[in-house]
Design a protein around this ligand. Structure first.
Ligand SMILES: Cc1cc2nc3c(=O)[nH]c(=O)nc-3n(C[C@H](O)[C@H](O)[C@H](O)COP(=O)(O)O)c2cc1C
Length: 196
């Protein structure tokens, strides 16, 4: 039997968790980032293809490499965040299917079928990006996801010679509530869902 999570856990993951713009001056340990990834990787992807690739940008040098590609409004909070994850997708994810899905030849389903491969990469890489945010919150971190940056520039700077393409960035740390925007409204159930 799987029990429902406690209200505290639901608050931490969804209900009171917020998108953060300011950060307490508190380090995020490499060990915590490892815990985050080791949780995220267990959530499901199609044929277990696991196409997400994460680069944690922590050092001042690496932050300086990222800075020129950020949209103006994202610069300060990203430079001040204890860590910034580049959530990328490996568009050659299917090369690893003999390891990740060994009971059948799933690699052949994607080889030479670029449209199916690219759609699968984007779908599953983005799903894993969502899992990433929830895994970060699970280990006690706050998140600040961002798509306001030059993807091609980041890809050239960080992923040269690979088929990795950046999807979004996610600042990580311990949020300072002073930087929160007012919470925006969400849809009601009936506006976005139906039971048929
Ligand atoms: C994929 C993604 C991209 C986003 N891009 C930006 C961004 O470039 N800059 C920014 O300030 N906020 C960005 N946001 C933040 C959203 O506006 C914010 O998560 C949303 O309004 C919900 O806020 P809340 O979690 O505080 O309720 C992004 C969020 C997501 C998930």
């Amino acid at each position: 039997m799987t029990a429902a999570l406690s209200n505290d856990a639901l608050n931490q993951l969804f209900l009171t968790a917020r998108t953060h713009n300011k950060w307490q001056p508190r380090d995020v340990s490499d060990d915590l980032l490892r815990q985050l990834v080791n949780l995220m990787k267990m959530a499901p992807t199609s044929v277990n293809c696991s196409p997400v690739r994460i680069t944690f940008v922590k050092s001042p040098d690496a932050k300086a490499r990222l800075k020129p590609f950020l949209m103006e409004g994202n610069v300060e909070k990203t430079m001040l965040a204890p860590a910034t994850a580049i959530i990328a997708t490996d568009y050659r994810f299917y090369d690893y299917l003999p390891k990740l899905y060994p009971h059948t030849d799933a690699k052949s389903w994607f080889t030479g079928n670029n449209e199916f491969a690219d759609t699968s990469a984007f779908r599953n890489g983005t799903l894993q990006g969502g899992y990433f945010i929830l895994a970060a919150r699970s280990v006690g971190l706050d998140c600040g996801p961002m798509s306001g940056f030059d993807n091609a520039g980041v890809d050239a700077e960080f992923f040269k010679g690979t088929e990795f393409r950046s999807n979004f960035l996610c600042n990580l740390g311990y949020g300072d509530p002073a930087g929160l925007h007012p919470r925006s409204p969400r849809f009601t159930f009936d506006e976005i869902a139906r039971i048929v």
